[in-house]
Structures are given as structure tokens and as C-alpha cells.
Design a protein around this ligand. Sequence first.
Ligand SMILES: Cc1cc2nc3c(=O)[nH]c(=O)nc-3n(C[C@H](O)[C@H](O)[C@H](O)COP(=O)(O)OP(=O)(O)OC[C@H]3O[C@@H](n4cnc5c(N)ncnc54)[C@H](O)[C@@H]3O)c2cc1C
Length: 257
Amino acid sequence: MSRVKVVEIEKVEEKTPTVKSLFFDWGKDFKPGQFVMIWIPGVDEIPMAIARKKLDFITVKKRGEATETLHEMELDDKIGVRGPLGNSYSLEEDPILIVTGGCGGASLIEGVYEAERLGKNVISCLGAETEEELLFRDEFSHLTDMKIATDDGSAGREGFVTELAAEVIDREDIGSVLTCGPESMMEKVVEMCFEKNIPVQASLERYMKCGIGICDSCAIDGKQVCIDGPVFRGEELVDIEEFGKFERKKDGRLEEI
Ligand SMILES: Cc1cc2nc3c(=O)[nH]c(=O)nc-3n(C[C@H](O)[C@H](O)[C@H](O)COP(=O)(O)OP(=O)(O)OC[C@H]3O[C@@H](n4cnc5c(N)ncnc54)[C@H](O)[C@@H]3O)c2cc1C
């Protein structure tokens, strides 16, 4: 079982008004799409995607108590890192199309670095509500043929990133698709890939406590996102009725997304 390693924050980058990246020296090997549990002393332990750019880093969207505390952290503050956990993306047939929305790109950055190492051709579609909220433009523009969509048209194509992805899928001979972001977005992407018979993998977010398949907090139609996922293939997702429709709250109740 992986132990918690206590690390010090070595750099903080403000990415958008609600998102920060925290850098630290964790140093363990991990595969693209795997996640870690971040222990915030005295507050909580929460799942986060991990990536590495010289230092390891997580990218945190402010939501509730734990993520707000991470946003207040300064250089030399300590957090615990447990992992790597979960399965990973498998980088298959290229051109690989990446579709991300909001903070979802955090889970795909390492996949993009890996695809570059493997010499794979990657097209990325990044979506956000506004230009201000767009994430990882630097990472994706260097390593992929990047396209952008914003809901208000302040950058790139005006509209949803799924519309942009549909155009790319119609135009290019896409080999496989990876997606991470809001579940309604991923549901649409999976549906499009099914229509065109393109292999697709999506990374799901569910409320998690243990991260190692014991507590069942992240159960989704009998699967556990922490150990059976977080990455699921399209063929698995069609059998998961809760996908895109319901999520389990902290108290275990199922609620519509
Ligand atoms: C595998 C995995 C990887 C993740 N990677 C990232 C990441 O890279 N960056 C990032 O910012 N977040 C990521 N998350 C989500 C992150 O764990 C939650 O935002 C965090 O736990 C919220 O904690 P909190 O105490 O701040 O908010 P809470 O008080 O727990 O919740 C505040 C609000 O956020 C909602 N929420 C909380 N957890 C989740 C969740 N898992 N899915 C959907 N809604 C949720 C709650 O319903 C509530 O409305 C990931 C989740 C998983 C499962």
C-alpha cells in the first residue's frame, strides 16, 4: 500500500482567478491519468490529478474547504501525497484527439508529454466558459495541434468544446479520443465517438475517501472509480447508467448531475 509522503510547496502559479497550480518534489513514478490523494493537515484528504514539469504539480480549482485551504498555501507549507492511485490512459492509435473542459486538462498533461515521447500526433480541443478560465494553453500549444472554444467567444470558437470536437472528428481521421472535464461534456464526447466507431477513454470524478477500493464512496453502478478507474473505456461507460446522470454526494446519496 502506498504511504503518505510529506512534501513542501516549492512554487505556486496562479492560473486563473479560481485555479492555482502547486509544485512540490514528490519524485515517484506515475502513469498518465493516475491520481494522488492530497492530505491537507487538519482539513481533509482529496483526490487530485498529478503531472510533472521538472517538479511534480497539482492544479486545484477552488470548490470547498479543502481546495480553499490549498489555495491559501504558501511556499514551504506542507501537504501529504499518497499514490500513485488508479489506472491510466492507454495511448493508442493516432491522431489522438484530446477534449478537455475546465480543470480536466490536469489529468491529460502527462498523457500529452508521453504521446510526444512516443512520437504520436495529438490534436487538442480545450474548452472554458471564458478566455480568463482557459487552462494549460502553454502545455497544449507546445505539444499538440491546439484548438480552443469558449462559451462567450472571448477566445477561439464561440460555443461548447463538444461542437469544436465534432468538427475535428468530421474533418480528420481520428484514431482515438481521450477526454476529461465536466461529465455532461464527456457524455457527449463518448456518444460522438460511438457514432463514428472511434475508441474513447474518459476520466471520471467521484467523491472519494480512501482511494484504494475499501470505502465504496466512489461507487458507480458497482464499479469503484478509485481502482476500476478513474479512466474508463467507452465500452464500459455504455453499461454504467449513472455516467452523465447521477453522482454520489458526501453522505452517500445519489443526486442528479
Ligand atoms: C480522480 C480525481 C481527480 C481529480 N483531479 C482534480 C484536479 O486535478 N483538480 C481539481 O481541482 N479537482 C480535482 N478533482 C476534484 C477534487 O477532488 C474536488 O474538487 C475536491 O475533493 C473538493 O473538495 P473541497 O473540500 O474543496 O470541496 P467540497 O466541500 O468537498 O465540495 C464542494 C463542491 O464541489 C463538489 N465536489 C466535491 N468533490 C467532487 C468531485 N469529486 N466531483 C465533482 N464534484 C465534487 C461538491 O458536490 C460540492 O458542491 C479530482 C477528483 C477525482 C476523483
